[in-house]
Design a binder for this molecule. Structure first.
Ligand SMILES: Cc1cc2nc3c(=O)[nH]c(=O)nc-3n(C[C@H](O)[C@H](O)[C@H](O)COP(=O)(O)O)c2cc1C
Length: 228
């Protein structure tokens, strides 16, 4: 009887966890991928990027390069000075945002979910496999986004800001997500890429797909790719 119970529990556990390749599995090492250095001089003026910025929801099959990915992530939350201040302003310089990158079609970067590490300008692997379809499903079936080579997700740890500013801190965090999203829009424009900010999604579903930490909350989804 006892053996049957143990076997049943084992079988159930195997079914529940089968196919899920997560960073904590015994055979998956946490991998860090160094990104190419960002460049600080582009060919597009800020005025031109502002003028031409549009939301883009149709993407070509062209893969992104690691250089393009590097530049986008730097624009989102990259370090810009010796005090570790970043491209986007942050209330009290407390930096509550975390940037995830859902990778589906990038040269020299395996499919998976990565976290941007601003201090080292690198990506750390969170989860293996192509999760774009699952993100689109969590975004109320906005399936057009599965064609984007990458989907950037802006998340926040509210506590980093509310510990100093109380309830008002939540408002500050939302402002910061907006700054970051606009940086991504303008940088994408400057690289001749297209993006769109997506706010329609089920929070818990996005958290589940990306295996976010309990204290992290997804705030915005931004598919990015070459415009068709
Ligand atoms: C907070 C916010 C949430 C949005 N959510 C979505 C969304 O879920 N799906 C979508 O396709 N576009 C979304 N958009 C993009 C808007 O539809 C788009 O910005 C608007 O149509 C104006 O077009 P433009 O960005 O090209 O100027 C969102 C925009 C904002 C600012």
């Amino acid at each position: 009887m006892k053996i049957i119970a143990v076997l049943t529990i084992g079988l159930l556990a195997a079914i529940m966890f089968s196919g899920k390749k997560h960073r904590s599995s015994a055979n998956t090492e946490l991998k860090n991928i160094k990104l190419p250095s960002p460049v600080y001089g582009g060919e597009t003026s800020i005025e031109e990027a502002l003028k031409r910025r549009r939301s883009v929801r149709e993407y070509s099959d062209e893969p992104l390069t690691l250089t393009q990915v590097s530049q986008i992530l730097w624009a989102a939350q990259g370090i810009t000075d010796s005090r570790n201040f970043r491209t986007a302003p942050s209330a009290g310089a407390l930096y509550p945002l975390e940037v995830y990158l859902v990778v589906g079609n990038v040269q020299d970067l395996p499919e998976g979910v990565y976290r941007y590490q601003p201090n080292h300008h690198e990506l750390s692997l969170e989860l293996e496999g192509d999760k774009r379809k699952a993100v689109a499903q969590a975004a109320l079936l906005q399936n057009w986004m599965t064609k984007a080579p990458v989907i950037l997700v802006i998340a926040a740890v509210y506590g980093r800001t509310t510990i100093k500013y109380g309830a008002r801190g939540k408002r500050y965090v939302h402002m910061e997500a907006g700054h970051t999203a606009q940086n991504v829009y303008l940088q994408a424009m400057s690289l001749n890429l297209g993006t769109v900010i997506v706010g329609a999604f089920v929070d818990q579903a996005v958290k589940n797909v990306l295996t976010m930490k309990k204290q992290e909350q997804p705030l915005a989804i931004m598919p990015i790719g070459s415009a068709q």
